[in-house]
Design a protein around this ligand. Structure first.
Ligand code: CP
Length: 312
């Protein structure tokens, strides 16, 4: 069993209930991962994913080992048949096979280029590990998805909703850098699996991949989208249609207390204060960002638990 995408979740409500059970007794399966090793390979920076996934592994009795691949390992070649006389020193065929001998599960973080859409959508790094490793693979944020975050967000909404069918808005917000679509994509996929009223708000030119958003309503007027919202999930992403470009930095899209009304505020973190969201929101009881980050452990633990059970 791999955990590559939100589409690997067969029944999101069952997964949420299982994550809640883990949260109520995090050490309940501490024997399950005994003598098993989790390898965490980071091609990009991380705070939450890096620590919460290790914490999840430790709660299951696993031994996590971590490598910053980009900084510390040999440059990995992903091309088939490449004459390796450039900067790459080791092919993914050998690298994945070797790491598979040290680890029972391999977790990978590899962000998109945001310049080569076809390459990013091919999920070159993640799929190469899935192809050449002989052990299960977990996606810790790839070019197009962040399914550990999406599962976390579904769990958090389930915990904090006061209604059987809350209204959830995914709102784009401005940013100074071109950011990936992965968090937005996985959040969309998670909400499409949940029983929520779900809409997206983003400026013209910022629609996410239509193959992912499908028939989810998209508003280009943020105020209209926010009417009756119970949860506002905020994230910046660069343009998908003008791939990787920053076309809009309009500060009027920043999230404020006034816009939120009674809605709860969510964000995957890290977040730039007073660019994406004003201080007053993050410093208020409306903000769930710390609770969300806590849930990263239990989402990861559920995924690792399912894989370990599958390996038995
Ligand atoms: N939300 C999230 O994935 O955080 P990190 O990038 O710090 O891991």
């Amino acid at each position: 069993m791999n955990y590559i995408s939100i589409q690997d979740i067969d029944d999101i409500n069952a997964w949420i209930e299982a994550a809640k059970a883990i949260k109520s007794n995090p050490l309940g399966d501490v024997e399950l991962g005994k003598h098993k090793t989790l390898g965490l390979l980071f091609f990009n920076s991380s705070l939450r994913t890096r620590l919460s996934t290790q914490k999840a592994a430790l709660n299951l009795g696993m031994n996590p080992i971590v490598m910053n691949v980009s900084g510390d390992a040999w440059g990995i070649e992903f091309g088939d048949g490449t004459v390796m006389n450039g900067n790459t020193a080791e092919h993914i065929k050998e690298a994945a096979a070797v790491v598979s001998q040290y680890c029972d599960i391999i977790a990978v973080r590899a962000f998109p280029t945001l310049t080569d859409k076809a390459k990013d959508e091919s999920e070159q790094v993640l799929n190469a590990f899935a192809k050449y490793a002989s052990v299960p693979i977990v996606n810790m944020e790839s070019a197009t998805g962040h399914p550990l975050q999406g599962l976390t967000d579904a769990l958090t909404i389930s915990e904090y909703t006061t209604k059987p069918r809350p209204k959830v808005v995914l709102s784009w917000a401005p940013h100074v850098k071109a950011l990936p679509h992965a968090v937005g994509n996985s959040f969309v996929e998670a909400m499409q699996k949940m029983d929520v009223e779900f809409v997206i708000a983003n400026p013209e030119g910022y629609n996410l991949n239509p193959e992912i958003t499908k028939d989810t309503p998209i508003y280009h007027n943020q105020a209209e989208a926010f009417i009756g919202a119970d949860f506002v999930y905020t994230k910046n992403w660069s343009s998908y249609e003008d791939y990787g470009q920053i076309k809009n930095t309009d500060p009027n899209w920043m999230i404020t207390n006034e816009k939120l009304g009674h809605a709860k505020f969510m964000h995957c973190l890290p977040v730039r204060r007073n660019v994406v969201v004003e201080d007053a929101v993050l410093d208020s009881d409306a903000s769930l960002v710390i609770q969300q980050a806590n849930n990263r452990t239990y989402a990861a633990q559920l995924v690792l638990k399912k894989i370990l059970e599958d390996l038995q």
